[in-house]
Design a protein around this ligand. Sequence first.
Ligand code: HEC
Length: 200
Amino acid sequence: MKRILSLVVVAALALMFAGVERQLAAAKTATAPRQTFAARVDRGRALVNFGGCHDCHTPLKMGANGPEPDMSRALSGHPAQLVMPPAPKLGGPWVWAGAGTNTAFAGPWGVSYTRNLTPDQVTGLGIWSEEMFIKTMRTGRHMGVSRPILPPMPWQNLNSLPDEDLKSIYAYLRTIKPIHNEVPDAIIAPPPPAPAASKK
Ligand code: HEC
């Protein structure tokens, strides 16, 4: 009798726990999409900070202790109002030059300006899809399909990240403040002349 009773108690407890477990599982699925999105955005923020995106895509301004990122223009790229004169003539081992904002660069590739990574619809990544963003970092081509991306954009570094991390960076960039800033078009240098044919 005692044995039967304890069996009944064990069975009842097992059923109870199974119920609790089911409830927990249900609660998890109900909140999972939201939690996952917040975690994705957090991961994206960490990758953007660690990946140095601000170094080039947020213009530097002069502060009390020297140049500092102008966070009122966070990730909005080369400021449209800063019109760069023709690049200085470089020679010898000096092969490239950069603007004080660290948003414009001149070198053998021509002149490149850091793009606006904010979700502004017209001047930023507003119309970019997640797929387009991933393809850009995988191929090193503008918008994933057109001209090769110029230096010093380190797309090769981003290409070493798994899709999940690129998705997180994209997700985070969708959440930042949209800033209207029309970055000038890059100037693409003509390809270097072909080496002279060897004389016979
Ligand atoms: C050393 C400077 C530098 C760093 C660091 C940098 N970028 Fe860039 N980025 C550039 C430049 C310059 C361009 C424009 C290149 C061009 O016009 O071909 C660019 C362009 C881009 C583009 C536009 C590509 C296209 O198809 O037009 C995206 C997106 C981008 N960067 C994302 C990032 C992200 C995300 C990070 C951080 C992980 C980052 N960049 C870090 C310099 C940089």
